[in-house]
Design a protein around this ligand. Structure first.
Ligand code: F6P
Length: 329
């Protein structure tokens, strides 16, 4: 079998580990792997990873020492052309012209929407691997990159706590996650933040200000509020203004963590998840599966239909929302 592999959408730590796993699992089972650069844009442009091999295929050696690297050596893109019928037809023609029988797209919901659309105009097999710091895909407990992004954000919050305590201030720290609060909630819990503002839970600014005043009266020297970028309050800066109007007993500062959360070497759990899912994707292709995502549920690899992964909002773990509230005293 000739397998194409690409990384698409926002990069996530562990994409390289997943690529390495796909290449090594496939080549050890006698398959060929074509690395496609710059996501779906590279597929349309037939921009393939040279990797030094005469065959144009990726070898086990071509992915040496990439497991520990952040980003993606294949590069990534958000491809507008791939959302058009013309772009999809061009991509399908490129796959046929290059004798590619199966595709492993590594990415998030946008990547999988593209994969589902491609599956309607191309008869090859498709198995996706979930890689996004947002952890917003249904059908897998965790996405590749999420754990590392949480660790990065928590490291920043630990540092912010030092200065917050010294100056008895409140920090509003905005994290990524698009319209999902998984990254914010996990960061808040692991970073001992007092409050998390997430899109899944509606709380008005007056209630937050009231809670902050209560914490002040309990002797809290500093407050950290983690704000998901997709929260209805409109982000950390907007919430800060509302809290000031609602009466906040601390001097405040806002910090937007931004793309720093997407970078860095993947954590060991992300390296292991990426390696397991890349290998499972290859084995699933060999078993004849298509139109599916390789996910992980309670430590076991499983397949879910690609369309299912983005059809509904992945709920936050309720018990963690409650746990954070109980710790905020
Ligand atoms: O989906 C990953 C993500 O980092 C989101 O959390 C964020 O909203 C978005 O990508 C940012 O995208 P870009 O890098 O294109 O600005």
């Amino acid at each position: 079998m000739r397998i194409g592999v690409l990384c698409s959408g926002g990069d996530a730590p562990g994409m390289n580990a997943c690529l390495r796993s796909v290449v090594r699992a496939a080549t050890s089972d006698g398959h060929e792997v074509i690395g496609i650069r710059r996501g779906y844009q590279g597929l349309i442009d037939e921009d393939f990873f040279a990797g030094g091999a005469d065959s144009g295929c990726m070898s086990a050696r071509s992915v040496s020492h990439i497991l520990e690297r952040g980003g993606t050596v294949l590069h990534s893109s958000r491809c507008q052309a791939f959302t058009t019928p013309q772009g999809l037809q061009t991509a399908a023609a490129a796959l046929r012209r290059n004798g590619i029988d199966a595709l492993i797209p590594i990415g998030g919901d946008g990547t999988f929407r593209g994969a589902v659309a491609l599956g309607k105009v191309w008869s090859g097999q498709i198995i996706g691997c979930p890689a996004t710091i947002d952890n917003d895909l249904v059908g897998t407990d965790l996405t590749i990159g999420f754990a590392t992004a949480v660790a990065t954000a928590v490291d920043c919050i630990d540092k912010l706590r030092d200065t917050a305590e010294s100056h008895e201030r409140m920090f509003l720290v905005e994290v990524m996650g698009r319209n999902s609060g998984h990254l914010a909630l996990a960061t808040a819990l692991a970073g001992s933040a007092e409050i998390a503002c997430v899109p899944e839970v509606n709380v008005d600014a007056d209630s937050i200000a009231k809670h902050v005043r209560e914490l002040r009266s309990l002797g809290k020297q500093s407050i950290i509020i983690v704000v998901a970028e997709g929260d209805e309050q409109g982000g950390a800066v907007a919430l800060n203004q509302k809290l000031a109007q609602a009466g906040c007993p601390y001097g405040t500062r806002t910090v937007i963590l931004g793309h720093v959360q997407r970078g860095g070497s993947p954590s060991p759990p992300d390296r292991i998840l990426a390696t397991r899912l890349g290998d499972f994707a290859v084995r699933s292709l060999a078993a004849g599966a298509t139109g599916m995502m390789a996910g992980d549920s309670a430590g076991r690899c499983r397949l879910v239909t690609l369309a299912e992964t983005f059809a509904t909002h992945k709920p936050l773990p309720e018990h963690e929302v409650e746990l954070l509230e109980r710790m905020s005293c």
